[in-house]
Design a protein around this ligand. Sequence first.
Ligand code: TYM
Length: 331
Amino acid sequence: MTRILSGIKPTGNLTLGNYIGALKHFKDFQDSGEVFIFIADLHALTLPIDPEFLNQNTRDLAAFYLASGLDPKKATIFVQSSVPAHAELNAIMQNYLYMGELSRMTQFKEKSAKLNQSAIGLGLFAYPVLMACDIVLYDADIVPVGEDQVQHVEITRDLVNRINKRYGDKTLVLPNYQINKVGARIMSLSDPTVKMSKSDPKGDIFLKDPMNVVRKKIMSAVTDMGSEVKFDKENKPGISNLLTIYAAMREISIEEAEAHFVGYRYGDFKREVADAVVAELEPFQKKYQEILESGSYLEVLREGAKRADAIAKVTLKRVQKAVGLLDIYEN
Ligand code: TYM
């Protein structure tokens, strides 16, 4: 059976970009494959984060996963740090990705550029090693992600090929990334030439925003010259982004979204985009609230950790053996 794995960092307020690019689609895999979805809390430590904030974000993310329609009977939902094999495999794998290739990672370059150069943690630099471990521990075939994570899945493939060449081609499974046709890169509403990220309150729609705020942000989204609602990333990045958001919400193609808005003025167009987002986010938010308040997510995470641990251990053992670490409990 196909194994699907993905994760999200509990670093801040989740955005509509995270939702469209990743979260919304995780449930689509749970009837056809074996799904592992985790909270990448160790990754959240690669940039400074307040402990209480991290703790709360972790709970939030568990509730968001469940609210998105992931069914814990079908999908294994867990917290990365609750499965020790991630950190253990990391200690091995850090020797097989090289400083040169790690220093060329776009995310590292972007994130480290914003930091005081003397305070860049080793974890930020070595981020792709841990991410590769997350993926290979579960023998994942498919890794659904947004566009910004593709490079990290590609370096995981390099690692797998390197390990398999050296220790035998059955050591690790080679994963493939999967990005959505619509919405693999949702842009900021205040500057549609940059990605919507977790740290731009004006340009982001946060999954926890009240609905009147969501509407307001969409109505004041930057648009472009001209008056036609047309998909043209180069000349109309703002309109193209809103069209993408609409298409993702309605689960239609960009062409269908464009056809729907022929003859619309920008104001009416934005109003309908806002309606579509609210129609999806409002019930989602309600479910999230209920799950969070019930505390039911904790039992899901405990059960998920057990299942994940059992699988991750087997891979870890296989790798330990392959590289020559002695198992003192075996003869
Ligand atoms: P993170 O937490 O930054 O983002 C979670 C997911 O959301 C996607 N995403 C977007 N998609 C479309 N438009 C956007 N503006 C946008 N912003 C974010 C991301 O591509 C991602 O799929 N390194 C990962 C977490 C991780 C992981 C893994 C993922 C750790 N280990 C193993 C897959 C497999 C991250 O930081 O995602």
